[in-house]
Design a binder for this molecule. Structure first.
Ligand code: SF4
Length: 361
């Protein structure tokens, strides 16, 4: 079964991560291929970010005000739970060409409703020159005020986040005191799932951004047997806050192929957050699960509504998204599978739940 997994998905990490894997179970489980990945489970693309819905390869849009650019699908290390694993770990996606990047910039320039650009991957910081080029072009567009860079490179190769690189990224930040809406905010979204990832080198790399006014936001994925206890999450959130990283989202692990063993129930995350609220308001990190129409936020106190389909348990909810909007911005004429429209035009979504049966790695 492991051979099968290795034929389908690459197993590659940096020397830095390899070393941490020998010291931390939580890190080893995130990067080491597991025979569980060969179980028949999951969808190839649970969320189509990076797919060419706009008609331009590498440019995605499902919200009115945000465009997502995916210049590069490679990463310096490959996380087994990656929701894009059929492109990142499978190595099937090509780079955005120069022409694609120009078309994408032109698309964004022509639509003043777009004020946010997310540069994601793969890991865009594995190819910083492409990020600089996009920052150059995007900050020249008057209606683009917020640019986010999604990365784990800070963790994979912290030494590559040099003072010069951080300085260059920070140089695109601009606060206009007279006309605040003319400001440009560049932020870095880093995925950190466990306290063991916050090594001194990683904290120093994060600090190279924060000391220059580049906000760093922490995203976490709830992973079974890795960070699914109150102690793990509290410890991580405490550390993030203390080193100046704003906890941004706690994601439920998506139902991508090969993640059966890593997915808790959605309720488990709610229970953990309910226990964290005892400590202080700072633990009110948004907890979301994602379906092809976007994020769905659930908070402690929320009662989940279940629906059984073909013997599997799904969470059914009326999403905050209108079907008409989704179709307009995604370029799709029909809603994705397991989604339909209610009488008020909102999308009703169904999301495959996980389970809390312990797994032995
Ligand atoms: S760094 Fe991000 S894109 Fe790359 S494998 Fe990990 S989760 Fe996926």
């Amino acid at each position: 079964m492991l051979n099968e997994v290795n034929e389908q998905f690459r197993d590659s990490t940096t020397r830095y991560i390899k070393n941490l894997m020998t010291q931390s179970e939580a890190i080893r489980k995130q990067f080491e291929p597991s025979f569980y990945e060969a179980l028949e489970f999951g969808r190839p693309q649970p969320f189509e970010e990076g797919k060419d819905n706009s008609g331009i390869y590498g440019l995605e849009r499902i919200y009115e005000d945000r465009a997502v650019l995916t210049p590069y699908f490679g990463c310096a290390s490959y996380c087994r739970y990656c929701f894009k694993k059929t492109r990142t770990l499978a190595g099937t996606a090509k780079l955005m060409s120069e022409e694609n990047m120009e078309q994408a910039i032109d698309y964004i320039r022509r639509d003043p409703r777009i004020n946010t650009a997310l540069i994601t991957g793969g890991d865009p910081m594995a190819q910083p020159k492409r990020v600089f080029k996009l920052l150059e072009e995007l900050t020249a567009i008057p209606h683009i005020t917020k640019i986010r860079i999604g990365t784990r490179h800070i963790l994979f190769q912290p030494e590559r986040i040099t003072e010069e690189l951080a300085e260059r990224i920070a140089s695109y930040n601009h606060v206009d005191y007279q006309n605040p809406l003319n400001s440009k905010n560049i932020s870095v979204g880093v995925s950190i799932n466990h306290i063991d990832e916050l090594q001194p080198e990683v904290i120093a790399a994060i600090h190279r951004f924060t000391k220059r006014g580049v906000s760093v936001r922490g995203q976490m994925v709830l992973l079974k047997g890795i960070n699914d206890t109150v102690t793990d999450l509290k410890n991580l959130l405490d550390h993030l806050l203390i080193i100046g990283v704003t906890p941004y989202y706690l994601f439920h692990c998506m139902d991508v192929i090969g993640t059966y063993h890593m997915r808790t129930s959605v309720q488990k995350g709610l229970d953990l957050l309910a226990q964290l609220t005892e400590f202080s308001g700072t633990y009110a990190v948004p907890y979301v699960y994602v379906t092809p129409v976007g994020k769905h936020r659930v908070s402690p106190g929320h009662t989940l509504d279940y629906e059984m389909i073909d013997g599997k348990r799904f969470i059914r909810t009326r999403s905050p998204y209108k079907a008409s909007r989704f179709k307009a911005f995604s370029g799709k004429s029909v809603l994705p599978a397991l989604h339909d429209e209610d009488e008020k035009g909102f999308i009703v979504s169904r999301y495959l739940d996980g389970n809390d049966t312990p797994i032995r790695y």
